[in-house]
Write a protein that binds this ligand. Structure first.
Ligand code: ATP
Ligand code: MN
Length: 465
């Protein structure tokens, strides 16, 4: 069983079993040496560090050694030895080398180190082989795993919301259509509109913008559920914090009010920061050194600080009294922009902030109304460098109040009859939130563009890889 015999570099670098036979496989990061000896470093993605292979030229065919260049893939059998060189504890004295795949130095795009992140986006198919994307991808994995672990340990059930949806009631953003109709010759209604009753699902369907409405259905039976899946928004917003396809985590909790919701969000985020520090420290140290020397400090700070909680109305007062000039003017009733959110977090409070009590007119129909008649029990969690990382609310569980909002906002009842049924039958107070997975990864990695924390970003005019 060849695959069980391969030693992962992460294990070898910690091993003290000098003199033992090992087998490593990986991609060459560098080769140097002289006419007697070659030093080859390889990486297999199991850890940010490489392992050094020492090959005595006399023991190998010249043609084989010539094929080993940066980017090629090799298999090495040899003996693990204590390294005398600097910067590594072990190395491998090679006995046998097999070249799986060459990489022509004339054309291999990652021949040299230090490419710009912009360039690497153009070769997204190869960028996982860089230190930076290796680190980001390992952290992304660790965070996904930690999310499932947190919820599992807290009695939540993972529920899968559909990706194709027949409802566009969520109102979270513009949607992508899903259709199998003939694009050149779609069936038309007498009024000239496309006749979607002849489409695959017998109605117009879209890619989901959120799994929340379905999660609510689950919470009304399993009490604690969460979704974790891809969501899609067709907004043409070319910002460093928006993707057209991103992953969202949406817990939904029966019997939670807005305060329980805030407590959960804060505890959850702190758990994830701690998990990253406990399990990804090599990668974090690399990113801290290369991109953002305040990264690790910032993660620790978030764990230590109690998040500041205040109302939207209080926040607007602070912003208006700040004396700052804004690109987007702020006044009660306007949606807060990233510049406002970041001012509150970074300049005014110097820690994460949770805003509640937003004007009902800028929030979704399902949020529970406060007694003042003009605000709702929404909550946005705002983070340094990111702005909004979580958006959530206590939900309106009262059928009449919900119906009234639906009518006010011109949402057709036939689109949400199934959602309204939860309020008709055994309704219960409940709350939930959505965490943007890539916004979380942005924060944890210290990267500054959301295109660099997902393997294959989908943004306007970009779906190559
Ligand atoms: P924003 O105001 O930043 O555009 P939003 O209020 O439209 O976000 P929500 O509908 O509240 O976002 O979605 C919940 C969470 O999903 C957000 O808090 C954010 O973390 C994340 N998110 C929303 N839109 C995007 C996007 N286009 N790309 C990546 N993450 C997103
Ligand atoms: Mn939001």
């Amino acid at each position: 069983m060849e695959h069980t015999r391969r030693n992962r570099i992460v294990d070898l670098l910690e091993s003290k079993e000098y003199g033992s036979d090992v087998l490593v496989k990986g991609w060459v990061r560098s080769k140097r040496g002289n006419k007697n000896i070659n030093f080859i470093t390889i990486n297999d993605g199991s850890i940010i560090h490489n392992i050094q292979i020492v090959a005595e030229v006399a023991n190998f065919a010249e043609e084989v050694l010539k094929l080993i260049t940066t980017g090629s893939c090799i298999s090495v059998t040899g003996i693990l030895t204590e390294s005398m060189g600097q910067g590594q504890s072990v190395e491998i004295q090679a006995r046998k080398i097999e070249v799986y795949g060459t990489a022509d130095p004339e054309t291999y795009p990652l021949q040299k180190k230090g490419h710009s992140l912009e360039f690497l986006r153009e070769i997204a198919h190869l960028r996982p082989r860089t230190n930076t994307f290796g680190a980001v991808l390992r952290i992304r994995h660790a965070m996904a795993f930690a999310i499932h672990k947190y919820f599992n340990d807290h009695g939540f059930y993972y529920m899968h919301a559909p990706i194709i949806t027949g409802s566009d009631a969520e109102g979270a953003g513009a949607m992508f259509r899903v259709t199998t109709l003939d694009e050149k010759n779609p069936p038309l209604l007498p009024d000239g509109h496309v006749d979607y009753s002849q489409d695959f699902f017998g109605k117009e369907t879209k890619l989901t913008v959120s799994g929340q409405l379905e999660a609510e259905l689950g919470a009304m039976a399993l009490s604690l559920v969460y979704t974790f899946g891809p969501t899609f928004r067709a907004e043409n917003s070319n910002t460093p914090r928006h993707l057209a396809e991103f992953w969202m985590i949406e817990p939904e909790m029966a019997f939670y009010d807005i305060h329980d919701n805030m407590d959960l969000a804060e505890d959850f985020l702190k758990y994830l920061m701690q998990y990253a520090l406990d399990h990804c420290i090599d990668d974090l140290e690399f990113l801290n050194k290369m991109y953002d020397n305040e990264l690790i400090g910032r993660l620790k700070q978030v764990i230590d600080d109690k998040f500041e909680r205040l109302t939207y109305t209080e926040a607007v007062d602070i912003l208006k009294a700040s004396g700052q000039t804004w690109e987007f003017p702020v006044d009660w009733g306007t949606d807060l922009q990233a510049e406002h959110e970041r001012y509150l977090v970074e300049k005014h409070f110097g820690k994460p902030v949770i805003l509640t009590g937003y004007p009902k007119d800028i929030k979704a129909f399902y949020m529970k109304q406060n007694d003042d008649g003009r605000t709702v029990r929404a909550m946005d969690v705002l983070f340094p460098k990111i702005g909004e990382i979580i958006g959530g609310s206590q939900r309106e569980e009262n059928l009449e109040a919900l119906m009234q909002r639906i009518h006010e906002m011109n949402i057709p009842e036939r689109d949400v009859w199934w959602y309204l049924d939860t309020r008709k039958y055994g309704t219960a107070p409940h709350a939930g939130f959505g965490l943007g997975f890539e916004r979380l990864i942005l924060f944890v990695t210290g990267m500054s563009n959301i295109r660099d924390v997902i393997p294959f970003p989908r943004t306007p005019k970009n779906a190559e890889f």
